[in-house]
Design a protein around this ligand. Structure first.
Ligand code: ADP
Ligand code: MG
Length: 331
């Protein structure tokens, strides 16, 4: 049973970056306004996510670690999931593949913590914490040597974590994010920082773009607003002069969720096909929003692919919306 749970957990937690994603999404779900992530050795020996969200009451701590236990869904909600993540899978999965400790303080309660390691849960103990939640995951995959072997270099895992944080930071411009590398011990070194943005959504997005992609991009980006048959697209896209040889400056979101979807990337490339050579990738941060029943965001456990009930509509909106903005800007 333990082994099967650990294998299932491996589906949810592929690598350190997927653990970071689940923990940061939990912090966002908890209403955090500041999220600090610390990692050591590419996240292999330590991932720690600290938030100022609502916290977890002591008696709820064991429940947070129980499989399929979630505070975010009720029976009637099953077909209409707005929130992030696999329901109730992340923490038990992380507790099955690493040494997990949750320390938390909910308003009106004392701080408490619970640890789970290789699926074995300890008792709830008093702890010291002012507010919010700190989750630390040590020695990821120590119990599954086969998976450990497939982890890439610290550098590659650091890059994937940084990429994950940047995507989430683009999705949530009003939330502050810090990524710190504590491999050498102590306070470590800040490798990414974005303070909470202010103003309206476009102001906030613009500020966040400057942080995540670069001030030069933000200054030259076209503001995008287009709607077609209940699907809307909002955000910024680059002038053809601001393109890169890789797609790391393309941030796409569907109903607030960062996605990496081939069809959507293809539409983005097609929109620029007349003004950009095929080996260049236009920088963009685009938010597609529609009725959640018109898109399936749970196609793959990694949840970065989406399936629209009308893919042609999504593609058409991206291509025509961006071409229109490019034409207006004289391209
Ligand atoms: P899910 O997010 O799908 O509910 P998880 O396994 O990720 O499942 O988390 C289980 C539960 O633990 C959540 O439903 C939530 O109640 C609680 N929880 C997890 N992380 C946090 C956090 N950072 N702050 C507050 N509550 C949390
Ligand atoms: Mg979760």
């Amino acid at each position: 049973e333990g082994a099967i749970n650990r294998i299932a957990a491996g589906e949810v937690v592929e690598r350190p970056a997927s653990a970071v994603k689940e923990l940061v999404e939990n912090a966002l779900d908890a209403g955090a306004t500041r999220i600090e992530v610390a990692i050591a050795d590419g996240g292999k020996t330590l991932i720690r996510v600290r938030d100022d969200g609502c916290g977890i009451a002591p008696e709820q701590l064991p429940l947070a670690l129980a499989r399929h236990a979630t505070s975010k869904i009720d029976g009637s909600d099953l077909l209409n999931i707005h929130s992030f993540g696999f329901r109730g899978e992340a923490l038990p999965s992380l507790g099955a593949v690493g040494r997990l400790t949750i320390t938390s303080r909910a308003r009106g309660f004392e701080a408490a913590e619970i640890s789970v390691s290789g699926g074995q849960m300890g008792a709830v103990k008093p702890a010291a914490l002012n507010s919010g939640t700190t989750v630390s995951l040590r020695d990821l995959f120590y119990a599954t040597p086969a998976r450990l072997k497939f982890m890439r270099s610290d550098r590659a895992e650091n890059q994937a974590i940084s990429d994950t944080i940047k995507r989430l930071a683009m999705a949530e411009p009003f939330v502050g994010f810090t990524l710190r590398d504590v491999s050498g011990g102590g306070e470590g070194r800040i490798t990414f920082r974005a303070d909470p943005e202010t103003g309206d959504l476009f102001d906030a997005l613009h500020g966040r773009l400057a942080r995540v992609i670069g001030a030069d991009f933000a200054e030259n980006a076209l503001r995008i607003e287009a709607t077609r048959e209940g699907l809307s697209m909002t955000g910024y896209a680059a002038l053809p002069t601001y393109s890169r040889g890789s797609s790391v400056t393309q941030y796409l979101f569907v109903n607030g969720r960062p996605v990496r979807d081939k069809m959507l990337y293809g539409a983005l490339r097609a929109a620029y096909s007349d003004v950009l050579s095929r080996d260049r990738h236009p920088a963009a941060a685009l938010f597609l929003d529609c009725d959640p029943t018109l898109v399936d965001v749970n196609v793959h456990p990694a949840k970065s692919e989406v399936r629209f009930s009308d893919p042609g509509l999504a593609r058409g909106l991206i291509v025509s919306g961006l071409r229109h903005a490019l034409a207006e800007a004289g391209h």
